[in-house]
Design a protein around this ligand. Sequence first.
Ligand SMILES: [Zn+2]
Length: 122
Amino acid sequence: MFCPQCEAEYREGFTECSDCGVALVEALAPPLDRAEVAPGLTAMMETVNVEELGEIVDRLEKAGVPYTIEAGTALALLDGRDDEVPHPWQARLSVATELLERAERIVEQARRSHRPYEPPVG
Ligand SMILES: [Zn+2]
């Protein structure tokens, strides 16, 4: 059970978040920008930062989380859009849907430990 407001997880049997006072729900609704790109595979983030991506991938592999990366300057075409092609290079990371929550924690940790890096513009 989850609090839809603060996203805290509760054991079965709880019905209300002790912090927020709102009714718990069975599952949190996924953010709108996360879509299943194939059965069992969910796109979870995009990045233009190769170093950050490397750090994340390294951690996902150590944690045994299956993932795929689509990268290039024409991701918009994969989405059925052709209005911004070619686009500056970017990568989209998708992970096994059943391990999405774990992957999110890993991405958060990787981003925290990663040195800030400004990609060159243009
Ligand atoms: Zn709450």
